[in-house]
Design a protein around this ligand. Structure first.
Ligand SMILES: [Cu+2]
Length: 245
């Protein structure tokens, strides 16, 4: 009798956690997780900590006047093992999301979102933003390979919202050229910063002092007189600081 009771208690103890986990992961999550493996360690990498981040990359999502939906920049390159802060801004008029994954997982996820348009998931490799919102993902690109970023809201990827992520040795250095500069003036209210800078090869601009756009979080991290290394590009037709070291 005593033995039977012990057995029953043991069985119960072993069953309960499994049952609880089953409920917790229920619904579409099971199907969803199957494609991703463990949420915290994916082929595309893992969530990083802000202290690990070596640089910040600004990404803008928006619609264009000719009906396309785009990411700026439209491709991303990283070093294997590199941790970066991805600051994503929705400059459009509808919700958008930024998801990083393998092509296969994105395709699977895209189909799921077609099937469940109401689905709002909260994966660490993705961020969904309402118009005007800005958010961040700190991410470690652990594995070399070709991945993809996309917006998987039905119709958006088809309208242009996808781009390649290349994680390869020396890729980041080859693609990104930092320019040194000194911050002369900050106009936080207008989202502008005046930088005396060296030549900007990518823009074919000589050394000069000029005004750039920068987002609020980036301006927050700046101070007048500060020496910086930065990358600038045209975003929505305006010269914008897109990365800062
Ligand atoms: Cu979108």
């Amino acid at each position: 009798m005593k033995n039977l009771l012990l057995t029953t208690t043991l069985t119960f103890a072993l069953t309960v956690p499994a049952f609880a986990a089953g409920i917790h992961d229920g619904g579409h999550d099971d199907e969803h997780m199957a494609g991703h493996g463990h949420a915290d360690m994916m082929q595309v990498g893992r969530p990083g900590t802000p202290a690990e981040a070596s640089r910040t990359i600004e990404i803008t999502m928006r619609e264009t006047s000719d009906g396309e939906m785009i990411f700026e920049p439209d491709d991303l390159s990283f070093q294997p093992g590199e941790t970066v802060r991805l600051r994503v801004h929705n400059a459009g008029e509808v919700d958008h999301e930024f998801v990083m994954d393998t092509h296969e997982n994105n395709e699977e996820h895209r189909k799921l979102m077609q099937k469940f348009p109401e689905m709002e998931d909260d994966d660490p490799n993705a961020i969904r933003l309402a118009p005007g919102e800005t958010g961040e993902i700190v991410w470690s690109f652990e594995n070399a390979g070709k991945f993809q970023f996309a917006c998987l809201i039905p119709g958006h990827m088809e309208s242009g919202m996808h781009g390649p992520i290349t994680v390869a040795e020396n890729m980041a250095q080859a693609e990104v050229e930092y320019t040194t500069g000194t911050i002369k003036k900050i106009d936080a209210g207008a989202g502008k910063v005046t930088i005396m800078h060296g030549p900007l090869a990518k823009l074919d601009m000589p050394a000069m002092t000029m005004v750039f756009r920068a987002d609020a979080a980036m301006i927050d991290s700046m101070s007048e007189g500060q020496e910086i290394e930065f990358v600038a590009d045209r975003v929505e037709g305006k010269l914008t600081v897109t990365e800062i070291k």
